[in-house]
Design a protein around this ligand. Structure first.
Ligand SMILES: O=C[C@H](O)[C@H](O)COP(=O)(O)O
Ligand SMILES: C=C(OP(=O)(O)O)C(=O)O
Ligand SMILES: [Mn+2]
Length: 459
């Protein structure tokens, strides 16, 4: 999306990224154990589709990827905060202008609350334009059908044919991701992220809520601050008018991510997204996913769940960031509210004790999933908040920087997570339960969380 980095030089612009050769070992993952392997019926068809994707223009550009890595280096040094969020699973059907705009506005609202509330620059990363594949805890669903693995692999529809993995979906994923990026770049370039428009991000259905009203008064303070600096003669306010938002997804369908990898200035860049992360279920040190991301120059993340040992965390850092480059690696703790205060401290101690540079990010969603009394997969706002507060506590005690949060959210007015000021209860879940995979915070819950996180950051 629009990046506020300096215009690229002619030399950079003319050196178009090229298809990689074997020098980068990008095929190595194919010989390694691969958790969550999509059950492709015809591997030859997957190869043919990947060959096609090797020739297309990628979704993002290497200079943008480097720019994000530099922004994350500032987070690593404790001078910025990263906000990452979006759908658990994007779908082709919901890849509409309206949905993309709603999600983006929610992310921008949260970012402005955090920036203003904590006086820290916020690096914005959306789960968008490629978040189309999902790891699952079971291979079959409750109806006995093969599990839905994301629109890039199969369909959510409950029939055996729809659940059959279809490699042509990789092409549809590319088409959807590129059109999503095209639209988001255009809106951000056209001033959607302009701080003069903070009021526009507050949708009517949010405006009347307590978080929406609190947001309105913050937006009025921002108006006054802008008026003040303008009155002082600081009229060169380009920084207020543009903002950069990067895109990210889980590096899971490696066929797709490898096919969109290109070489630029002697380095391999996975250009299906700016930022890629490896999930809790696929982060084996000797496995395919870790091998693949170890070979690309992007900033990357790894989820670390409650069973992670300090040694494993350190091994991941050494494997993925042997040169200890700040901003290259983000460790995303997702321990659950009950375990974070016990499991995270020795990990932080081990990693920092070895002089390793990482961004510490908290995903308070995936360790707090529960089933409601009426059978919905859900999460309670109080536990989500409690995990974030636990993570802040751990970092305060360790003297390390709580670098950011990673949440599943949507700008749609859904009822998927419990609690928040709306006091969503089990019986409300069926009203608007629309996620294709995990329950997302709705815009009121997202804003409420942003205000509470800003308070914790200020402390
Ligand atoms: O988004 C994450 C995973 O796909 C999800 O949490 C796993 O969910 P499942 O237990 O329903 O498979
Ligand atoms: C699958 C996800 O998370 P985790 O790997 O942490 O379970 C996710 O972020 O959607
Ligand atoms: Mn999820």
């Amino acid at each position: 999306m629009t990046h506020s980095s300096p215009a690229i030089s002619l030399a950079e612009a003319s050196a178009a990224p090229s298809a990689p050769d074997d020098d980068f070992g990008l095929d190595t993952w194919r010989r390694l154990p691969r958790a969550q392997q999509p059950p492709w019926p015809d591997p030859a068809e997957v190869d043919a589709v990947a060959d096609l994707l090797r020739e297309v223009p990628p979704i993002v550009a290497p200079n943008e990827v480097d720019d994000l890595r530099r922004q994350l280096a500032v987070v690593c040094e404790g001078r910025a905060f990263v906000l990452q969020g979006g759908d658990c699973a994007e779908t082709f059907a919901a890849n509409t202008e309206e949905h993309l705009q709603l999600n983006l506005r929610t992310l921008l609202q949260m970012a402005v609350v955090l920036t203003y509330g904590a006086s820290l620059p916020v690096v914005k990363v959306a789960r968008v334009a490629g978040q189309y594949s999902k790891p699952r805890s079971q291979d079959v669903d409750a109806a006995g059908l093969p599990a839905y693995r994301g629109d890039m692999i199969n369909s959510l529809e409950s029939t055996p044919e729809a659940r059959r993995p279809d490699p042509q979906r990789l092409i549809r994923a590319y088409a959807n991701a590129s059109s999503a990026m095209n639209m988001l770049r255009a809106y951000l370039g056209g001033g959607l992220g302009d701080l003069h428009r903070v009021h526009d991000w507050n949708r009517d259905f949010v405006r009347k809520s307590p978080a929406g009203q609190r947001y309105e008064s913050l937006a009025r303070e921002i108006d006054r601050a802008i008026d003040f600096i303008t009155a002082c003669g600081l009229t060169d306010v380009a920084a207020l008018q543009t903002t950069s938002v990067s895109c990210s997804h889980e590096a899971l369908a490696l066929e797709y991510d490898q096919a969109l990898t290109r070489v630029s200035n002697g380095r391999a860049y996975c250009l299906s997204a700016h930022f890629l992360w490896v999930g809790e279920r696929t982060r084996q040190l000797d496995g395919a996913h870790i091998d693949f991301v170890s070979r690309v120059a992007n900033p990357i993340g790894v989820k670390i769940g409650p069973d992670t040992t300090p040694e494993t965390a350190l091994d991941l850092c050494e494997r993925l960031n042997p040169e200890n480059i700040p901003g290259r690696l983000t460790l995303v703790s997702r321990m659950g509210s009950r375990r974070v205060r016990e499991v995270l401290p020795p990990i932080v101690e081990k990693v920092t004790g070895n002089g390793v540079k990482v961004v510490w990010q908290c995903d308070p969603m995936h360790g707090n999933t529960q089933e409601s009394s009426n059978g919905y997969k859900t999460r309670h706002f109080d536990q989500i908040l409690d995990e974030v507060l636990g993570y802040f506590q751990v970092h305060r005690d360790s003297g390390t920087h709580p670098g950011g949060i990673h949440v599943e959210l949507t700008g749609e007015d859904v009822t998927e997570c419990l609690g928040g000021a709306q006091a969503i209860q089990d019986l409300h879940l069926p009203q608007r339960y629309e996620t294709a995979c995990d329950p997302r915070l709705n815009p009121q819950q997202s804003l409420e969380l942003a205000f509470l996180v800003a308070e914790a950051l200020r402390r």
